[in-house]
Design a protein around this ligand. Sequence first.
Ligand code: NAP
Length: 257
Amino acid sequence: MATKKVLVTGATGRTGSIVFRKLRQQTDQFEAVGFARSETKVQELFGSKESFFFGDISDPSSLQKAISACHALVILTSSVPIMKAPPKPGERPEFVFAPGGMPEEVDFYGQKNQIDAAINAGVNHVVLVGSMGGASENHPLNRLGNGNLLVWKRKSEQYLIDSGLDYTIIRAGGLLDQPGGERELLVSKEDLFLTNAPNSISASIPRADVAEVVVQALKEPNARNKAFDVIAKPDDDPSAVVTSDFAALFAQTTSGL
Ligand code: NAP
């Protein structure tokens, strides 16, 4: 079987680095290419800069070079709110974004640049990892640093759908730095997990499980043209059946936002 060449952006991120490693372990199926802005971080994380392109998602020409001859693109870049200072007792923390790092710049224009680069390069599948919570503009995350974080993420999801490229949009619940492959994953839409979740289920998921969903979405045809929310049952839930059949999981998902 021919290998699929996949560009992973945000490959120095906490989820992106797991995706990059997973793809690199499956050389029979994938050729992983990473995109990052920090050579130092790449060296620290992966011990080498091999298979990496360096640039910034605000610079379309750097993306164009990286994505050349790729079959698929995994978008794992994100704006990151920074806490200004530890809050005083009884007060809420205040957040800012780094210069050039506002959600409009990173999560909309930066992602749009990536999708446009994918169109120009003839890429046929884009996997975009985003966040649950965007179905309502009133979500508190939108108020962080006046960034409208989820509003801009949602706009780029729509831009991807409208691009005509095959897409898989994975909207994760709260991300946990815990092992993957140990939980039952649940999919839904429209933030129903936030409004209707049974009490035993917290709307969260390990980053390693999100990364596995990304890898499986690159393999499974029925992940194409789907957008969904995904969370995991707690690992000590006695009713949980660890997810291993990803084709069955994707079969529960639907197209459109
Ligand atoms: P992360 O660790 O914050 O990684 C973000 C990545 O984006 C980093 O590699 C960063 O590069 C890169 N990046 C940012 N701006 C860039 C630019 N201008 N050019 C090139 N690269 C740029 O990500 P994560 O926490 O794993 O989150 C993955 C996704 O899940 C995000 O979309 C996030 O919003 C979403 N999500 C998060 C949560 C949560 O609980 N935190 C919940 C649900 C969904 P550097 O390494 O150089 O900074």
